[in-house]
Design a protein around this ligand. Sequence first.
Ligand code: MN
Length: 519
Amino acid sequence: MKKREVLEFAEHFYDEDQVLELEHAIDYATSYHKGQKRKSGEAYITHPLSVAHNLIDWGMDIDTVLAGVLHDTVEDTDATLDEIENLFGRDVAFLVDGVTKVSQARAGMRDLSSYLPQTKDNLSKLLIAVGQDVRVIIIKLADRLHNMSTLQHMPPDKQQKIARETLEVFAPMADRLGMGRVRMQMEELAFSYLDPKEFKHLQADMRKRLGRSTRKLGIVRTEIEHELDKHGFEFEINGRVKSIYSLYKKLKKVDGNIDDIYDLMALRIIVDSKEDCYRVLGILHGMYQPMIARIKDYIAVPKPNGYQSLHTTVITPTKQIVELQIRTHNMHDYAERGLAASFHYHEQKTTKSYTKSKRGNGGLPAELQWINQMQEVAARLRDGEDISQDQLAIDLFGNRIFVYSPKGDIYNLPEGAFPLDFAYLVHSDIGKHTYSFKVNGNIHAFDKPLSNGDVVEVVTRKLPQAKKAWLEMVMTSHAKSKLRMQLKQLGLIEGISHAAAIIRDKASRRVGTNRKSDR
Ligand code: MN
């Protein structure tokens, strides 16, 4: 990657002043990295330039792109944060600092056999960096993606470590941010290093099968195009081929029988509106016989990372099984770019809502509430609170589910969360006064985990109900710490005297009518 290429690319998306600033940052980084080389033998600056190119490609705001250019200067050269702040402003300096902190946290993990963050200290640095501004992680993803694409120049043991870390930490992080394309690129690259034999084998197997089915699929495609044209739809249709890594994962689930995998190749239909998605689904089901168990409405119930689409698998008259995915242009854009799709080029306003580190705010869509929850964990770590490694691991890397309040508000919880976790997420006062739960209209036990899509109603009583046994029926660090605090106040566990607890409880009752969120 050359300076010219990056600037010419940037000219399509940013105004003249911003491109000038970008040129300035490139010159600054070039002078500091002067003499440094990548393992490939190329000048070091090619790396930050590639990172910046990725960030422009993903549609990030100009500050993030500048920070991408500068991301290795403070760690690897004599450049200082003060200088960067003076030249490029506080936001850029803040981002560069965040990226540097994440690298330092990783450096501390170097001796560990697994690269998953193992120590609280390192992970807390990572959290603090992320909690304040998610753009830091997006820069790290751009950095990692380029490092993965030049991994062939590294010694074999390093290749393995970096590939493993990419698969275990960075790809899930990209997935969490809804950045499907980046996740897939990382997984494919990482898998090709971790298990090159299997990778090549599956690649060859896939090619063979695709060759056979492409022609048949072409017939289905033409039929669908014809039918949708007849109904006057504006649409795009294209084929999508399953990635090697997701094929590998799926094969493990179906005992290695590739014949059981129906979505090696799928047809993707992109339309203008949500209503059109459902109309198209109806038309397709009129043309072909759907496999009932495989109809998925990720529009009504999005995946925890925000992914939306209708999926259906149909059987054609010639007994061919075809997966069809239907989505709007917006849904498609989100599926590819995820959170990055929310950073509009010229709209600094939008960016601001993602950078707020105020508790309980942030203007994030429901599927990204976990970022707020991470910010809270980060704040507690900064306050010196002791949080177990397990709790952090759950909050960071666990799978998420969506549940709904009876009013339809959406809440995001880790997989395996209990109803009390929900109650405490809504408000710690509601948690404390919980008497029973109704899930989807039925009585639900305290120790039975919630599922994605559940509607959860909390039945409360006037008097506090919190008891010690509840500690076994919460999993999120948020609920645990609130509950523990309340139990102390109620004198049910050690911490403060019973008398003090009563006084404090009275005091808190007085302000307890205030139902403002305390998250
Ligand atoms: Mn780098």
